[in-house]
Design a binder for this molecule. Structure first.
Ligand code: SF4
Length: 68
């Protein structure tokens, strides 16, 4: 099956040092996605087109691997 996304958002970390009242992420966790996991996710789902890819969290800069 061919999958086309207009917007795709990937939560690359569950870590966050914030305490925003409006947060809908729940409790922060010490969990990150790796580059290999993101590649596997995109390949496994047979994605053919993404108009806009957004990396979110948590607080994305806390996933140090993604800053390299
Ligand atoms: S995940 Fe975002 S909204 Fe939630 S506490 Fe952290 S910075 Fe605030």
């Amino acid at each position: 099956m061919k999958i086309l996304y207009h917007d795709l958002q990937i939560e690359i970390t569950r870590r966050c040092t914030g305490d925003c009242k409006h947060c809908c992420r729940g409790d922060q966790q010490n969990l990150d996605l790796t580059k290999e996991e993101i590649d596997a996710l995109l390949n496994y789902n047979d994605i053919h087109s993404v108009n806009r890819l957004l990396f979110s969290g948590g607080n994305p800069p806390l996933n140090g691997e993604m800053l390299e």
